[in-house]
Design a protein around this ligand. Structure first.
Ligand code: S3P
Length: 180
């Protein structure tokens, strides 16, 4: 019998490439790709920015946790998560139990460049998005570090290189676990 593939879960700040890298890893490993933000937009029938505007961040966070819970029965997924998923303590065990959690890192400068291309992100609609990024990153870095099983800095890597590194780390871990 072929054992089910474990999920690979990508966490990290906005603009660190969770969705594009997630799609690539899914393609390379034969997993199915899901993105918690997309699942929320589908289930709510509204954009994330509209949910923030109409119901506030806390409401969005509740939906985000319920969405994560709906993924519990599944294996063989690559799950891209929203950048703030680590801010709710109850999401930590959910993430860690559901798969191999990878923290995608990138330099602040690079994050700013990447998110500046898209004005959709509600948390960055501030007077000084650069400072908002710095403040949020300072708060969240320890949270990403605490939840992840593995971290990788993607600043200087192509998507192909980052995907290969994550896939080989996942196989290495599995073979260590199987030997134990
Ligand atoms: C958020 C990140 C967004 C989205 C929402 C909140 C955050 O996802 O979930 O706007 O708190 O960092 P991405 O990380 O995919 O941009």
């Amino acid at each position: 019998m072929i054992s089910p593939q474990e999920n690979i879960i990508l966490v990290g700040f906005m603009g660190t490439g969770k969705s594009s890298l997630g799609r690539l890893i899914a393609k390379k490993t034969g997993r199915r790709f899901v993105d918690t933000d997309h699942l929320i937009v589908e289930s709510q029938g509204r954009e994330i920015s509209t949910i923030f505007k109409e119901n506030g961040e806390e409401h969005f966070r509740q939906i985000e946790t319920s969405t994560l819970e709906t993924l519990k029965p599944f294996s063989g997924l690559v799950i891209a998560t929203g950048g703030g998923i680590v801010t709710r303590p109850e999401n930590v065990p959910l993430l860690q139990k559901q798969g191999f959690v990878v923290w995608l890192q990138a330099d602040e400068e690079e994050i700013f460049r990447r998110v500046s291309r898209n004005s959709k992100r509600p948390l960055l609609q501030t007077e000084d998005p650069r400072k908002t990024i710095a403040d949020l990153l300072a708060k969240r870095r320890p949270l990403y570090a605490a939840v992840c099983h593995f971290s990788i800095d993607t600043t200087l890597l192509t998507h192909q290189q980052a995907a290969e590194a994550i896939i080989s780390e996942e196989s290495r871990r599995l073979s260590v676990q199987n030997r134990a």
